[in-house]
Design a protein around this ligand. Structure first.
Ligand code: AMP
Length: 205
């Protein structure tokens, strides 16, 4: 989200898109909710159809995008490359955080049910779990509870971590440390993008 604000380009989060469908009570949302609450991954077909239709919209075509939470499997990465042809991703960023910190952060995370703004038990909204941005209710995500977190981390190791080597082999990977303050992590990501831009002689694709 912060990276997309920095470059003023669309932030496309598959998790946010799915949560919006859940909230609207669409058939997709009803199906997604059960899986998401358990920390399971949704099917590659469903995810990539959703992503393909978002990537076909004019704002993305004109300005580029930050894709967040996708791909999560090698199959999704292959499908994404096909969708983007004749272009490709400029860069994927692997944000490294030690597992014990991931567990702590997820368990402490609280989100606004309306706009998705993130808080934590140590940095709550100013007034009584009411979102500072939009006034929505701030709650713990069902999939930030212990059992679902454990499952999400298991699936990350098995299905998502192999993407690190996959993108490295294609020279599309930057790794940044995700520890420390959010501003510091954003700065590291911006540096990674700028390094890539410099290597390309000032150009992103
Ligand atoms: P996130 O907000 O990115 O953590 O996503 C929340 C949940 O949505 C995940 O735990 C999955 O259940 C589902 N989800 C989001 N993105 C994907 C994806 N690319 N592939 C499969 N499931 C996804």
């Amino acid at each position: 989200m912060r990276l997309s604000h920095h470059y003023v380009i669309p932030h496309i989060s598959t998790g946010d898109m799915l949560r919006a469908s859940v909230k609207q009570g669409t058939p997709l949302g009803r199906k997604a909710k059960v899986q998401m609450d358990r920390g399971e991954l949704l099917g590659d077909d469903l995810i990539m159809e959703m992503v393909a239709s978002r990537l076909a919209e004019s704002d993305v075509r004109a300005r580029g995008f930050v894709l967040d939470g996708c791909p999560r499997t090698v199959e999704q990465a292959e499908r994404l490359a096909e969708i983007l042809t004749p272009f490709d991703l400029d860069l994927t960023i692997d944000i490294e955080v030690p597992t014990n910190q991931v567990l702590r952060r997820l368990a402490a995370r609280r989100v606004c049910v309306d706009c998705g703004a993130n808080y934590s038990v140590s940095a709550p909204p100013r007034i009584n779990w009411t979102c500072d941005v939009c006034g929505g209710e701030v709650v713990q995500r069902e999939d930030d509870k212990e059992e679902a977190i454990t499952r999400r981390l298991e699936l990350y190791e098995r299905q998502t971590a192999p993407l690190i080597d996959w993108y490295r082999a294609r020279d599309q990977l930057a790794t940044v440390s995700g520890t420390g303050a959010p501003d510091a992590v954003t700065r590291r990501m911006v540096n990674a993008v700028e390094e890539r831009r410099a290597r390309r002689g000032g150009r992103l694709l």
